[in-house]
Design a protein around this ligand. Sequence first.
Ligand code: SF4
Length: 61
Amino acid sequence: MKVKIDADLCTACELCTSQVPEVFEMGDDVAEVITPDVPAEFTDAVSEAARDCPVEAIIVS
Ligand code: SF4
């Protein structure tokens, strides 16, 4: 699984960074991805974060 964040959509609500701090961190203005290639143990959590993001800024593939 790969993950990225659409910086134009992210509102910096910090939901994803609190849900999966191993993968997401806060940058200066928006959340950023630490590990674009998601480790297997975090794929379920990243999928959930993508579903929960209020502005659908988390893109998984
Ligand atoms: S949950 Fe969505 S809007 Fe909130 S910080 Fe993460 S990417 Fe940004």
